[in-house]
Structure formats: structure tokens, C-alpha cells
Design a protein around this ligand. Structure first.
Ligand SMILES: Cc1cc2nc3c(=O)[nH]c(=O)nc-3n(C[C@H](O)[C@H](O)[C@H](O)COP(=O)(O)OP(=O)(O)OC[C@H]3O[C@@H](n4cnc5c(N)ncnc54)[C@H](O)[C@@H]3O)c2cc1C
Length: 232
């Protein structure tokens, strides 16, 4: 499906991440974790890029995507948008989806790769699913942590949602984990890892190294779902 909608709301998430909301057309259906192509026009020029929806299908009034601002051409066009400006939305696409088909899942995200995980966590929370979720987010610094308040709010509503953060370039005051996601971290934080289905999303090198790690830990390929944010 392809449709044009004006932006209804823009939410600044961090110093370099913004979410863009649009009214959800009644006949637009998607699964938690899927992505859309957002096309912007500048005169005669049109540029389209893929973005995972950071909203959940349970949110009936809006859809949302979340962009890490890079200072490049398309990113600057988005950054300059104000409510009322239009974008063309095409989709949904993608197989990194969750609809409650597993009892225990592990979500591994790198940076902006948190977007499908937020959609999945929100979906499970709103649907009151019993799914046992462990979300492990890896970011660079405290300032790069996205959706922390939203996750705290979801944790209050969903006792099956656990969130673990690791920061690879944290400030001295960070008392939490500083490791990259590695075998030790998984053995420690996810001792029942072999019972879980994995969902991995982030920049291509992160996704490749996570898949290699999980394979080396004898997780079957059928239990590893991944999305590389190519172009990130
Ligand atoms: C399925 C899918 C889902 C996605 N979901 C999201 C999402 O939810 N949120 C999100 O932010 N992104 C997402 N992406 C990535 C997104 O589509 C864009 O590719 C990304 O945001 C970068 O776009 P850009 O125009 O800002 O940067 P681009 O100009 O496309 O730059 C992309 C990369 O190339 C590098 N680069 C570009 N030009 C140069 C140059 N001249 N010299 C050196 N390096 C250069 C940049 O540093 C950057 O790392 C997704 C991608 C896919 C495939």
C-alpha cells in the first residue's frame, strides 16, 4: 500500500534522533517489527529510504518512525520537516516480526536498531502477552540511549519485560555494563539463552557479529531473526 500523509507530530528523542508521526489510515495494517519506505520530495527530486516503524499495531491512531539524524541530504530534509509537511509512505515490508508465536524471546539491538524492538515490546505489553522478553540494548554513550522513558513505562505495565543496557563508550559516572554484547554477557544476563528465539537489529557489522556469536553458541539459524539497517 502507498499513501501520502502530513506529519502530525515530531518528537525529539535524543540530541540526534527524532520520531515522526502520521495518522494511520484505517486500511493500513502491519506487524510489530516491520518497516516502510518514506519518500520525501524536494522540488522535482524524490528520495525514499526504509525505516522500521517504532509504533505498534496496537496504536490505532498513528504510525511512527524514528530516524537517527546524520547531517546528510535526506536526513536534513527530514530534520527540516514541520507538522503539516507531507511524506509518501509505502509498505509494510520485512520479516523481523513478532505476534506472540514464541514464549521466550531475546531482542539484541545496536543503536537505532532499537526501533523494531520498541514496536515488539509495545505490542506484547498492549496485548498483555505472557511472552518472556529480554531486551539487550547496546549504545555508545548515555546520550545515545533512546526510548529509555518509554521502556521504563512499559516495564511498569509488563512484568515479563526485562531490559539490560550496555554502553561501550560511557562516561566515568556510568556504573552499568560497558561490554559489547559477547558470550560472557549472554551467559550472565541470559542464562536460559538456549530456550529463546533471538531478534537482532542494528548496523550491518553489529548484526553480522551477533549472528556469528549466536551460531558459535549453537543457536539454530531457525531461532535467529535479523534486520541489518543497511545505509545506517
Ligand atoms: C530495513 C531497514 C530499516 C531501517 N530502519 C531505520 C530506522 O528505524 N531508523 C534509522 O535511522 N535508520 C533506519 N534504516 C537506515 C535508513 O534507511 C538510512 O539508510 C539511514 O538512516 C541513513 O540515511 P541518511 O540519508 O541519513 O544517510 P546516508 O547519506 O544514506 O548515509 C548512510 C551512511 O553512509 C555514510 N556516508 C554517506 N555519505 C558519505 C560520504 N560522502 N562519505 C562517507 N560516508 C558517507 C554515512 O556516515 C552513513 O553511515 C533502516 C534501513 C533498513 C534497510
Amino acid at each position: 500500500m502507498e499513501f501520502e500523509e502530513p506529519v502530525t507530530e515530531i518528537i525529539k528523542r535524543t540530541y540526534n534522533v527524532k520520531s515522526f508521526r502520521f495518522k494511520k489510515p484505517d486500511d493500513f495494517d502491519y506487524k510489530a517489527g516491520q518497516y516502510v519506505i518514506i519518500t520525501l520530495k524536494d522540488g522535482e527530486k524524490k528520495i525514499g529510504k526504509p525505516f522500521t516503524l517504532s509504533s505498534s499495531p496496537t496504536e490505532k491512531d498513528h504510525i511512527e518512525f524514528t530516524k537517527k539524524l546524520t547531517g546528510h541530504e535526506y536526513s536534513n530534509m527530514l530534520d527540516a520537516m514541520v507538522p503539516g509537511d507531507k511524506a509518501t509512505i509505502k509498505g509494510p515490508f520485512g520479516k523481523l516480526t513478532f505476534e506472540g508465536e514464541r514464549e521466550k524471546i531475546a531482542l539484541l539491538s545496536g543503536g537505532i536498531g532499537i526501533t523494531p524492538m520498541i514496536s515488539i515490546c509495545k505490542y506484547c505489553t498492549d496485548m498483555k502477552l505472557n511472552t518472556d522478553i529480554m531486551l539487550i540494548c547496546s549504545d555508545k554513550t548515555e546520550e545515545d540511549m533512546i526510548f529509555t522513558e518509554e521502556l521504563e513505562e512499559m516495564k511498569k505495565q509488563n512484568p515479563n519485560l526485562n531490559v539490560f543496557h550496555t554502553l561501550t563508550r560511557a562516561s566515568e559516572s556510568w556504573t552499568g555494563c560497558r561490554e559489547r554484547i559477547c558470550e560472557n554477557l549472554i551467559l550472565r544476563e541470559l542464562p536460559d539463552y538456549y530456550e529463546r528465539t533471538f531478534y537482532v537489529c542494528g548496523p550491518p557489522p553489529m548484526v553480522d557479529s551477533m549472528v556469528e556469536l549466536l551460531q558459535s553458541m549453537r543457536i539454530p539459524d531457525s531461532e535467529i531473526n535479523k534486520e541489518s539497517l543497511i545505509g545506517y
